[in-house]
Design a protein around this ligand. Sequence first.
Ligand code: HEM
Length: 408
Amino acid sequence: MARIENAKSIGEWLDQRIAIETLKKVMQTEYWIPKNINFLWAMGMVLAATFGILLVSGIFLLMYYNPSVDLAFDSVNYTIMTEVGYGWLWRHVHGVGASLVFLIIYIHMFTGIYYGSYKKGRELIWLSGMLLFVLFSAEAFSGYMLPWGQMSYWAGMVITNLFSGGSLEAYGLVEWIRGDYVPGQAFLTRFFMLHVLLMPLAIIGGIVFHFGTLRIPHVNNQDSEDFDYAEAAALYKAGKVKESKVIPFSPVFLSKDVFVMGVYFILFFFLVFYKFDFAMDPVNFDPANGLSTPAHIYPEWYFLWSYEILRPFSKDMGLIAFAIAQVIFFTLPFLDRSPNVAPANKRGFLFHMWFWLLLIDVLVLTFMGKLPPTDATFAMIGMVAAYSFFALWILLPIITLIEKKIKE
Ligand code: HEM
């Protein structure tokens, strides 16, 4: 052990034990971020901050929530909303945060696709990000069960039914997952455990892993230009170039992040105070009733695109299509066969079109997923969008193979 001198300040005391000054020094003088990045590169930190807010608000809600099928609904809609001081605020913060986190995740994902931030050397950043997406989906779904309203109950019924495997009729598996023939106490207790313990722990692990995968390849930049960031900093320091291509993580990049976060939180709290109902389904304000099926069962907006992929197909095909849609984004670094690392608009017509068609298709699927399946025109649009989704992914290796190599 190194010799420990008497410390003159708390900072020095901490530095002797956990090298806090060294971390600060590395962030200020050794960890470089490219200069040419826009506000979209702050989305990762916005996500981390929103997750923090979800954790804190969740802890406050947990103090009064009661995970019993007889008391859960009232503990949320009556106790927390009307009896507990500022209980309504924590609930609105939690509900709005859960919805916005998905909006930001989708923006973050499509930014990565546009700028090719999943390509050679950065595959693990993408894969760990996708892992986080799956974990967040499980976290959101398990949380949706907790108020034990009509939508909690029936969404829980529909989604657990998927595990029967269509014609395989594996109802034993469905009952095993539910701990009963229908969602009941065992089901609620399990999803409660998943939501407040297992999934948050897994997400924290996932975030640490995701940050770790950024350490060596570093973040991409707006031109997807591949250069050694440390070397660029050294050239500037040695006076060999007039303008630096990189900035230190702290405080320069961090201050950009904090600015974008400030703007984001203005929107966040505007929604919390004035428009919180967008994050709450009116049907879920009726207590769960296993004897009365709602006319139209649909998930929250962020799952609508994959739900719409399930609907147009027959029972078995729907299930297979749904399962593929859940994992297809994982395969992006391997299906994109082009060596070009460049923003979509510089990769030629085909990939540029592919990107925008994928984005529009996911939006169309989302809108159609919310509508009842009874209208023939909308059902047809939904079906075309679902087929197009798969066609786009099948086409990806072909169009990227014929993509012309961009000259260096
Ligand atoms: C809560 C979840 C997440 C957190 C906290 C998070 C955090 C971050 C942070 C801080 C960065 C660096 C700065 C930036 O580019 O924004 C980053 C980069 C990245 N993330 Fe995430 N992320 C999350 C989810 C995801 C998801 C779902 C994906 C999609 C698969 C993803 C893919 C990426 C990629 C490809 C990069 C590299 C961007 C680049 O090189 O320019 N992340 N993430």
